[in-house]
Design a protein around this ligand. Structure first.
Ligand code: KG4
Ligand code: ZN
Length: 336
């Protein structure tokens, strides 16, 4: 069963063809990062217009790279939320139109659920239950995933203020490093010492919620008080504070939940320091550590196609009049 999937929740226009929920026949991602860089962040109106220009060519490319004729498709899926409303509308409207004209079901997929299923596209045998650290520009969540079919997840903790990626972006902007901030901080941090400055670890030892706004304020205060500080040391110490708190809480959650594996996802999971730290704690604790490729951590449509297969089997098609939901939440169940 082949699914065409579309992802346009933020600033990537992406389409993929995924077979049986795990075989990626094609995955095309057209990034708008350069268009938004001049503005220091994603401009929602510009993002929607760029999606409009790119959606048909990106879908065409995904079908052609997968050597798939629309007649072979069993469903068309799209991210229905959370995300920017205008951006979501472009992908969802296109997906509904394709589904209607080709006479196949439409499946609306939760973007965050897509990130949770992404890892299985690279290792279908991943063991469950698994603790997943989802860290992006808009979200920071610790999730317990017990199965792939129910569509229900346990939220162990989340940020009470800024998302981890947002903290990277804000600190990078303050340091004059440009957008997107994560990769810029990571580059500068390579020349600095992670132990140079002891920045605070938000909510350390207090359960699985996260807080990054105090850390951001500490960085600003430190640089203002030390105008000649080595910015590479500031970047490395800031990154260390984020990685330390993310990895420590993930490790504790995995131990308490008896998780067989730990997985990371979302844009911040592209960070090398975080990837190495999570791998290390998994080795030390004898858990499977799954660190997906960077392309699978950041936004893509293959993860939406994989999730759609499970959603269609369990929940059936999504009605063509279903709205997009910029604040869509995961379906949550209580902690075991
Ligand atoms: O998941 P994503 O691509 O888009 C959202 O759904 O938000 O994540 C984007 C976020 C941005 O905040 C960006 O600064 C951060 O991921 N990011 C990184 C790195 N690459 C991207 N943060 C730290 N280190 C990186 N290498
Ligand atoms: Zn994302």
């Amino acid at each position: 069963m082949k699914v065409l999937a579309i992802e346009t929740s933020c600033d990537e226009t992406a389409a993929a063809v995924v077979e049986d929920g795990y075989r990626v026949l094609s995955s095309v991602v057209s990034s708008q990062t350069e268009i938004h860089a001049d503005f220091g962040g994603v401009v929602p109106e510009i993002a929607s217009r760029a999606h409009l220009d790119l959606i048909a060519p990106v879908v065409g490319e995904a079908l052609s790279r997968a050597a798939t004729d629309p007649g072979e498709l069993s469903a068309v899926a799209a991210t229905i939320g959370p995300g920017l409303i205008g951006s979501l509308l472009v992908g969802v409207s296109a997906a509904k139109a394709y589904a209607w004209s080709w006479g196949v079901p439409f499946v609306g997929v939760n973007h965050m659920e897509g990130h949770l299923h992404a890892a299985f596209l690279e290792d279908a045998a991943l063991s469950l239950p698994m603790v997943v650290l989802l860290v992006s520009g808009g979200h920071t969540m610790l999730i317990l995933m017990q199965d792939r079919t129910s569509g229900e997840y346990v939220l162990l903790g989340q940020t009470i203020d800024d998302a981890a990626g947002e903290a990277f972006d804000k600190v990078a902007r303050f340091l004059g490093l440009g957008y997107p901030g994560g990769p810029a901080i990571e580059r500068l941090a390579r020349q600095g010492s992670p132990d140079a400055i002891a920045f605070p670890r938000g909510l350390a030892g207090k359960g699985y919620d996260f807080s990054f706004s105090g850390l951001k304020t500490s960085v600003v205060r430190y640089v203002r008080a030390h105008p000649s500080a080595d910015l590479a040391d500031v970047a490395a110490s800031f990154q260390e504070a984020v990685v330390d708190v993310l990895a420590t809480k993930t490790r504790q959650a995995a131990a308490e939940m008896g998780a067989k594996a730990i997985c990371i996802g979302g844009g911040v999971a592209a960070n090398t320091a975080l990837r190495e730290r999570v791998q290390l704690i998994c080795q030390e604790d004898g858990r499977v550590g799954f660190i997906p490729s960077r392309a699978m951590c950041t936004d893509n449509a293959a993860m939406i196609g994989a999730t759609a297969w499970y959603r269609l089997r369990t929940d059936g098609p999504t009605p063509l009049d279903a709205p997009v939901d910029p604040n869509l939440k995961l379906r949550l169940v209580r902690r075991p």
